[in-house]
Design a protein around this ligand. Structure first.
Ligand code: ADP
Ligand code: MG
Ligand code: MG
Length: 209
């Protein structure tokens, strides 16, 4: 599915996506948060981009660990430690690997989901990034169980991630800043679930190429 070169290409593309969607993600964070989600992530992925040249030749595990640590130290807010630990744990699941296959990718996402659940003390249906992460992972596992290859598997995951992000409009947030607005948050899409859908979509695009 992806060698280390592809992984670096995906990380660079993630930075471009976040830069493109920075204003939109920040706007989503306005009514239910503090208007900084896109700004936070863009700062983090710009820092990651600076580091990419130095990551060439390293294994996938080391690369993603480094990305995670960079995000933790630059993104800030709630999403910094959450995305940071997600990347770090995904990296730990890919320790020493120079090639990621579909099974390996699902194992990495399992680790990322567990990291966010643990760090955020959160579950699905609390209107967070987990509402994009969990259903998309389930959809990809189901696609895999049906015998689909990496491309269709990712396509199913992206579709489910967007549906999950959309579904956060129907949920009252019980975690993070959005929990402060309670029912007034209804009708608003969670910025973190949205950024996750963009990141997974970016992976899918890069793999499809
Ligand atoms: P902050 O809210 O601190 O300004 P960001 O705006 O960067 O941080 O990120 C907000 C996003 O982080 C939310 O949209 C949500 O998806 C996610 N989030 C916040 N708290 C939690 C949590 N406890 N568990 C999982 N995700 C969370
Ligand atoms: Mg915010
Ligand atoms: Mg903030």
């Amino acid at each position: 599915m992806a060698d280390t070169k592809k992984v670096l290409e995906i990380l660079r593309a993630m930075g471009r996506t976040i830069a493109n969607e920075k204003d939109y993600l920040t706007r989503l964070d306005q009514p239910i948060g503090d208007s900084d989600h896109g700004i936070n992530l863009d700062r983090g992925f710009q820092a990651v981009e600076q580091k990419l040249p130095g990551m060439e030749g390293k294994d996938v595990g080391s690369i993603l660990k480094d990305v995670g640590m960079t995000l933790v130290s630059t993104v800030g807010g709630a999403s910094g430690p959450l995305y940071g630990s997600a990347f770090m744990k995904a990296g730990a699941a890919a320790a020493g690997k120079t090639e990621v296959d579909a099974e390996g990718f699902l194992a990495m996402l399992d680790a990322a989901v567990e990291a966010v659940k643990k760090r955020g003390r959160a579950q699905v249906e609390e209107a967070t990034m987990l509402d994009a992460m969990c259903p998309s992972l389930e959809a990809m596992k189901e696609a895999r169980a049906r015998g689909e290859g990496a491309g269709p598997m990712l396509e199913a995951g992206v579709k489910a991630a967007w549906a999950g992000a959309e579904h956060t409009k129907d949920l009252v947030a019980t975690k993070g800043r959005a929990s402060y607005v309670g029912e007034r948050g209804l009708g608003h899409q969670d910025p973190g679930a949205t950024s996750y859908a963009y990141l997974l979509e970016t992976i899918a695009h890069c793999i499809q190429e």
